[in-house]
Structure formats: structure tokens, C-alpha cells
Design a protein around this ligand. Structure first.
Ligand code: NAD
Length: 480
């Protein structure tokens, strides 16, 4: 049994209270590690360490902070195989995806922000020849970072990297469902020579140690990625304390295929958008709108391809989909199939858990599932499922599909497939979401603002937006 520890003040330590939670391998359904069930005592230690470290780290020259973070990126790359395997076992996603997406992106996150601080600049606003305003941006102190299970190391480092680069210290609370890569990152921080207390990682339940982090008066900044439900709780808890809060939350993303789209690109892109990472990406296109003149043909081709996708052992290269992350998520996926049938939907493929033979026979696997016949207002098309389930709907024209696309409480991302450039601009402009991809899905540029509208988020991450979030601007007005 592998034992995970908290990372506090540069050391990997057991929780003060001695309690642990089970960590499961979703591909076998077996417990394979123990993760700290931390409480307020562990958090107090982390806050003390992070507060003390801020005195020095916040004044460390940018070039030195950059050097340490680049070293960490190097170490992630040197240990990429080990990290990818750990993520595959902890999360259930295909090893090929861990190797090609999650782990490379984790090192890119550090490289991106470590180089960005080397090119820092600030604004100057002269008032004629009478006065100069200049803006100082300083780190805010201890940041609380709370991350989800679907892209565990990728999303944790997406927040940790800019926070540390800007000169803050951090207490990270990874998902208790997938803690292993954060634990390995702690070991790499030690090797990289990251000063003690600069990054602290406290494991455990969200409503317990996560909530304690949000409520702690010594942590003025909270950055959260996860469900809209938990984001709401965090926002309510932080509001009376006047904390700076960034929330990246759920999505119910529309994927719109016009009749003039490149059919092969739209088909391949829409399949990827629905089923990548078992449909467990906040950006997944789970509502697929297809223009009526190509609808029947598109659905036939889509279902045929979905049926060919291989669901199986995530360690095997041939597996397109691995296990879903947990038993509750498997049950949630199955529950929404019942809801779809009650609402009058037709299930064309998938629709029930599967058991691959051999090593994974007790694992949690759900196949690509395609549903038709449901209107945009049905629960299946309004509520985030976060599994490999897509609902396809026909539409007549641009106005109808824009209204349907915008009809949920979410506004995270969208895709539009068309060869008409003017239409692409019009539709992209009209869709209420933080990101719109045209003729693609999930091309990510770390410089651009990333985040959601409506109940998908408050604030933006990425590039300058992140550096602004993790710093406090101060205007100095100098009379000449
Ligand atoms: P979750 O909200 O259950 O948990 C996310 C994190 O918050 C975990 O670390 C959890 O322990 C913690 N947490 C839960 N309740 C808390 C509380 N009351 N106080 C403090 N911390 C708390 O989400 P999840 O199931 O891990 O992840 C899936 C969700 O994340 C989906 O809704 C998905 O759309 C969303 N997500 C969003 C983005 C984005 O960028 N917008 C990216 C990835 C995932």
C-alpha cells in the first residue's frame, strides 16, 4: 500500500490526526494508496510555513524565482514516465493521454510563467508635465489553491505556477480522489530546491480541510477549479471575509455543426470533444447540434465511429477510453441514462457500464453513449453529467441554434464547425461562453484568457490574466 503525505514546510509528513482516506485505482476498483484525511491542525502548520516563507519568496528576484521554477519543469520532464503512470493508475484515464497531454502540460505551465516574469513590465500614466502615475504589482501573500480530479497535475500546476512566479506562497488542496501526482510533485519540489514553505500541499476532503483553507484569515486569495456546487459554497464562505476569489467551474458546452462544415473534421472533432478523457473534461462538447439537412447522415456516421472506440485497460495503447474516475461517477453516468429514457430519449450506443475482461473486470468503465430525441430544455441537456455521454439535436438555422446553445446556466466553451468565415464570427460573438473554438476543439494557448461566463466561472486564468489575479496593483502618483 502506497502512503501519501502532506507537504508542509519542505517536508513530506503524515497528518497530525493520523487519519487517512482510501485512494482507488478506478481501472480495478481496488484501494492502492492511503491519502491524508487532513484537518485544521495540518492547515495551521501549512499557513504558518507559507506565511513565514512569503517574507523571503515575495522579495526574491524574479530571475531567481524563474530559475527554480524552470528547474521544477525540467524535473517534471525527467520524471514524465513515472508521473504519467501514476496519473493513469490514480485517475483511470489512458496512459497515452497522460503522456501526451497531462504531464507535458504540467511542465509547460511552469515554463510559461517562469519565463513570463522575466519579461515583466508595469503601466505608467503621465498627467501632462505635472504628475506621473505608475502601477506597482506586488504578490498578495498566501494563496489557497483547490483543484479537481479530472486533470489533476495539469490543473494544479496551472494555478500553482503563476501564483509562485508572481511571488506568492501557496497552500494547495488537490482532489482527494486523485492525490498521487501532487504527492510526487512535492518530491520534485524538494529536488528542485524550492525553498521550504513556498509550496505546501495539504490533502483531504473538500468540505473539511478545503473549507478550512477557504475560511482561514491568513489566506487572502482563493483559486478554485471544480464543480459549480462547490464553487458556490466557496464563494459564500469567502464573501464575508472579503477574499479575492477565482472560480473555474462546470460546463455544458455546445458543439455546433453547420451543413457547410468539413464533414470529416467535424465528425472527428465532435467525437474527440465528447469522449476525450471519458467525457471528463470541463470543456467537453456534451451537447451536439447538427444542422437538419445533414442530421441523419451525421448521426449514423457518429454512432458508427462511437461504437468502434475501444474501452479498456488504460495501460494498453489501444484503449481510446479508460475507466471513469470513481464508482459515484459511474453511477451518475448510469443514472443520467435512466433520466434520458424517462425524458423520451433514444440511446443509440453505450448506455450501461461495461466490464473489460482480465485485470480490469472490477473496474469502473462506461462506454461512449449517444442519445437523440431530447430537446435543449431536457435535464440531460441542461445538467452537467461529466461522463462519456453526448446528446445530439437537429437545428434549422443560426438563430435557433444560438438560442439553444445559450439556454443553459453554464458558459464555459463552445465549438462551431463551418466553412463560412462570416458566420463563424457571428456565431462566436453570439455564444455566451469564455472560449469559442472554430473548426477545432481544445487547442490551448497559455497566453489567452481562460475561464467561464455565467455559472461556469468568475475571473480568468492564463497569461497576464493570471499574473493580475495573483498580484495586487498599487498606483503611485508622483507630483513633478
Ligand atoms: P468538486 O467541486 O467536487 O471538487 C473540486 C475540489 O474542491 C476538490 O479538491 C474538492 O475536495 C474541493 N471541495 C469540494 N467541496 C469543497 C468545499 N466546500 N470547500 C472547499 N473545497 C471543496 O469537483 P470535481 O468533482 O473534483 O471535478 C469535476 C468538476 O470540476 C466538474 O464540474 C468540472 O466541470 C469542473 N472543472 C472545471 C474546470 C474549469 O476550468 N472550469 C476544469 C476542470 C474541471
Amino acid at each position: 500500500m502506497q502512503m501519501i503525505g502532506n507537504y508542509i514546510n519542505g517536508e513530506i509528513v503524515p497528518p497530525v490526526g493520523g487519519a487517512f482516506l482510501d485512494d482507488y485505482d478506478p481501472s480495478t476498483g481496488q484501494v492502492y494508496a492511503q491519502v491524508p484525511d487532513s484537518d485544521g491542525q495540518d492547515l495551521e502548520r501549512a499557513v504558518a510555513a507559507a506565511s513565514a516563507a512569503f517574507e523571503t519568496w515575495g522579495r526574491t528576484p524574479n530571475a531567481e524565482r524563474s530559475r527554480v521554477l524552470m528547474k521544477l519543469a525540467d524535473l517534471i520532464e525527467q520524471h514524465a514516465e513515472q508521473l504519467a503512470l501514476a496519473e493513469c493508475i490514480d485517475n483511470g484515464k489512458p496512459l497515452t493521454l497522460c503522456k501526451s497531454l497531462d504531464i507535458p502540460r504540467a511542465s509547460q505551465n511552469f515554463r510559461h510563467f517562469a519565463t513570463m516574469i522575466q519579461h515583466d513590465r508595469s503601466d505608467l500614466h503621465p498627467i501632462d508635465r505635472d504628475a506621473l502615475n505608475y502601477t506597482l504589482r506586488r504578490p498578495r501573500g498566501v494563496c489557497g489553491i483547490i483543484s479537481p480530479w479530472n486533470l489533476p497535475l495539469y490543473l494544479l500546476t496551472w494555478k500553482v505556477a503563476p501564483a509562485l512566479a508572481a511571488g506568492n506562497t501557496v497552500i494547495a488542496k488537490p482532489s482527494e480522489v486523485t492525490p498521487m501526482t501532487a504527492h510526487l510533485l512535492a518530491g520534485l519540489c524538494q529536488q528542485a530546491g524550492l525553498p521550504e514553505g513556498v509550496l505546501n500541499i495539504v490533502h483531504g476532503y473538500g468540505p473539511k480541510v478545503g473549507a478550512a483553507l477557504v475560511e482561514h484569515p491568513g489566506v487572502p486569495t482563493i483559486s478554485f477549479t471544480g464543480s459549480t456546487r462547490a464553487g458556490g459554497e466557496i464563494n459564500r464562505a469567502a464573501a464575508p471575509l472579503f477574499k479575492k476569489v477565482g472560480l473555474e467551474m462546470g460546463g455544458k458546452n455546445p458543439n455546433i455543426v453547420f451543413a457547410d462544415a468539413d464533414p470529416e473534421a467535424a465528425l472527428a472533432g465532435s467525437l474527440r470533444a465528447a469522449f476525450a478523457n471519458q467525457g471528463q473534461v470541463c470543456l467537453c462538447g456534451s451537447r451536439l447540434f447538427v444542422e437538419h439537412s445533414i442530421y441523419d447522415e451525421f448521426v449514423r456516421a457518429y454512432v458508427s465511429k462511437a461504437k468502434q472506440m475501444v474501452v479498456g485497460d488504460p495501460l494498453e495503447e489501444r484503449s481510446d477510453l479508460g475507466a471513469v474516475v470513481s464508482k459515484p461517477q459511474l453511477e451518475k453516468d448510469a443514472h443520467y441514462i435512466d433520466v434520458a429514457r424517462e425524458e423520451g430519449g433514444e440511446v443509440w450506443c453505450g448506455g450501461a457500464p461495461v466490464r473489460p475482461a482480465g485485470r480490469c473486470q472490477d473496474g469502473w468503465f462506461f462506454p461512449p453513449t449517444v442519445i437523440t430525441g431530447l430537446g435543449p430544455q431536457c435535464r440531460v441537456n441542461q445538467e452537467e453529467i461529466f461522463g462519456p455521454i453526448v446528446s445530439i439535436m437537429p437545428f434549422k438555422d443560426e438563430a435557433e441554434v444560438i438560442a439553444a446553445a445559450n439556454s443553459t446556466n453554464y458558459g464555459l466553451a463552445a465549438s462551431v464547425w463551418t466553412r463560412d468565415v462570416s458566420r463563424a464570427h457571428r456565431v462566436a460573438d453570439a455564444i455566451e461562453s469564455g472560449t469559442v473554438w472554430v473548426n477545432c476543439w481544445m487547442i490551448r494557448d497559455l497566453r489567452v484568457p481562460f475561464g467561464g461566463m455565467k455559472q461556469s466561472g468568475i475571473g480568468r486564468e492564463g497569461g497576464q490574466e493570471a499574473m493580475r489575479f495573483y498580484t495586487e496593483p498599487k498606483n503611485v502618483c508622483l507630483k513633478i
